[in-house]
Write a protein that binds this ligand. Sequence first.
Ligand code: BEZ
Ligand code: MG
Length: 605
Amino acid sequence: MNDRPTNEERDRRVMDLYERLLEIEQRLIPTGMHVFGHPSNNREIVDLLRMVASFDRPELGIRALTDLVAEGLSLSPYTTLLKETNASERRLMERERVEAIVRDSIALFTSTTGIGAADEAVSFLVEQASVPAAESRKVFAMLSRLREQLETSGELDSLVRALRGEYIEPGPGADIIQNPAILPTGRNTQAVNPYTVPSPGAIKRAGPVAEALLDRHVKEAGRPPETIAMVLWGIDNIKTEGEAVAQALWLLGVAPQRDALNRATGVEVIPLDVLGRPRIDVVMTVSGIFRDLFGTTMALLDLAVRTVAALDEPTGMNYVKRHVEEHIADTGCSFDEAVVRVFSNAAGNYGTNVNFMVLDSQWEDSRELGDLFVTRKCFAYGRDSRGRNFDGREARALLERALARVEVTYQNIDTTEIGITDVDHYFEYLGGVSRAVEKLAKARPRIYLSDTLSPNAKVRTLEETVRLETRTKALNPKWYEGMLKHGFSGVAEIEHQVTNTFGWSATADAVPDWIYDRVAETYVLDEEMLDRLHSFNPHAARSLVGRLLEASGRGFWSADPAVLERLQDAFAGLEDELEGVRGSRGAGVQSSSFSLPARKQQPEG
Ligand code: BEZ
Ligand code: MG
């Protein structure tokens, strides 16, 4: 058999590779930490303005510059150009042409000072892409305001005034791209009125993402999932006015119903013929912060599940009803028991602690991580059929039963500011619930994350997201050099990045060998780099090397023996210097089950 690819197949692969490179290149990443009181630098301003200008702002009557340019050039809408997977070369060229013109117009705008800046950019767009001046003028008026706000910072001033007990003007809390009205910073961040959640905007954004999630599963598994476990966080739903809440409702096939005071307190069922697909069973594992902020929203989500479970519909089109009926038939429990789907911590408790277990290497078998997730999150919230609130009731068996049916675990990502390897909370939640499902359902779930910040909302697998995050951060000189400018804390950030990546091995086996290979090459085998890490922050440098050794020791990474030897030498060197005692305990490295391989010896199996 001749397995050489055909020319067509080769072309397709090259285009696919090209698209992936574009995705990496265009990803917005933080290049360093925010320094309190410092305004953004010019480069950040250019990138932020370009992203802000790439979205419609219907509330301001402003259209996305990318769409205006595509339209001016008589091309398909930019979002259509983006959506085409396996796009033809011509389509990709068109996309690039649009992006280049947008980029150049923003560069021209930011390189010019004074009131003429917007005029120049507007004329440029008329010449290059026949963009109507009246439309682009609105965009640049908004960008002028934002530019001014980004170039100054009133943070220190506000802090001092707040310490004096003076009034600080309030402002919304969000991501700048989602809501540019967060500028200027240095204001008193206001949260949200939970009764308004989910907002009409959040509902509008949720539909395409929830459908993309289902489509992705259909593409990979041939059918929609019957049950999805969703992670819901508080701050994210403040920033997005309930985007993830709206996604959960959408999957169930209901829409929020507002009462006379415009509060979202009821649900309206979307008929199956409008929905055009089965209602998905959604198990919600909710953070402690969400529980504290969104009590009425938890009641809404619980009501949505109960309403859907009680519909008179065929169970083949209503998986909530199917599972509730099965549960009752199997155990003889009540409807009220079988329908519980909203879980969080016990009152007053926060977090899953899975992150602490991983950071401290205090685990032997990965199933312990899933068990801990269940122990922390098995408290049920909602109201029974008689309207009695059972908030915070311990219900381990119910959570276990619900998770045992899960085929997909999912979390909505709505920001470019914090990714899944920047903080330990993503792996503690999404990784934690995935490990719990793996044990209870006896199969690893498919793990997905959305990326609702790109104009073309995307759903990626966890593995794809880990790859993208690693390539754009830990392995990207722009990212790590940005961090290293901060010296001690920068090295700590790099170490966190590596440890949080390791967290995805511990909770989801989602980190391939090449990532560890390249991380080791970048930070440890490169002696000059290791020296820099060491001189800025020897503790973090030691933890980083120790974490790589732990990845190997736990079997997450089959490292080249010569590389391991170099890591062991580096670790021993850092350890000796820090503690003066050879072979003593390394931070985050040893546990009862896992011990660091002795110097110059191979680790055991
Ligand atoms: C939350 O907003 O709910 C949240 C924030 C940080 C970690 C976990 C949850
Ligand atoms: Mg934290």
